[in-house]
Design a protein around this ligand. Structure first.
Ligand code: ATP
Ligand code: MG
Length: 203
């Protein structure tokens, strides 16, 4: 994707964030630092096409993401998908961002884990996604970089693989721990842990 040399570089961190955890935050920080991104916008999916089980309300997932990024001046959270009643498709979100005068000329970097990047071919309009952004793919336990070579060429050429220290944290495992009455301390920011307890989420 050709863009002006001085184009603003913006990271987009999409996910269900059910709940948001240190794996997400570290992935965004690695991408920000290594790709010299101006900022990273977290976009919690409102109504994800592939529903995860035990999905907390969109408003709670938005609130937890907002709490999680409080102390980072480079991170923000967008309500773009939280406020949309329809299903959230990444290509539509990227198109909407591109229409915003602030980002029309920006170079967008969609940040995903190695698991999600391999799944992109199953998302709606993968070619449109590849045309709208570069894909920054960070390592995740259980997924290796070599699988990226199996992606179709038009998608693969937009992927920038970023190896990072593996963090074995997932929303699925966190929800399981909560149901089992186990601690999630040091896996999510303290403010997120407190919010989950106060709202009685995932029990
Ligand atoms: P779930 O188990 O419910 O799918 P999750 O932990 O995978 O939750 P998502 O909201 O599905 O979280 O992930 C959003 C994005 O963050 C995806 O691109 C995913 O690959 C990435 N990601 C999530 N956890 C990690 C992690 N521990 N390390 C690197 N990337 C991660
Ligand atoms: Mg996931």
């Amino acid at each position: 994707m050709e863009t002006a040399k001085d184009a603003l570089k913006i990271g987009i961190m999409g996910g269900t964030f059910n709940p948001v955890h240190y794996g997400h935050l570290r992935a965004a920080e690695e991408a920000r630092e290594r790709l010299s991104l101006e900022k990273v916008i977290f976009i919690p999916a409102g109504n994800p096409p592939h529903k995860s089980e035990n999905l907390a309300p969109a408003e709670d997932r938005y609130n937890m993401t907002l709490l999680a990024i409080q102390d980072c001046p480079y991170f923000s959270v967008s309500r773009i998908e939280t406020d949309r009643q329809d299903k959230s498709y990444t290509f539509e979100t990227l198109e909407t961002l591109k229409k915003n005068p602030e980002y029309t000329k920006a170079e967008l970097y969609f940040i995903t884990g190695f698991d999600a990047v391999l799944d992109i071919i199953n998302w709606k309009s993968p070619e449109a996604i590849a045309a709208l952004c570069r894909i920054a793919a960070v390592s995740r336990p259980g997924y290796t970089q070599d699988k990226i070579s199996s992606l179709p060429e038009n998608i693969r050429r937009t992927v920038i693989p970023l190896e990072m220290p593996l963090l074995e944290i997932s929303g699925t495992e966190l929800r399981r721990r909560i149901i089992d009455g186990k601690s999630i301390k040091y896996l999510v920011p303290p403010s997120v842990e407190k919010y989950i307890v106060e709202k009685g989420l995932y029990v």
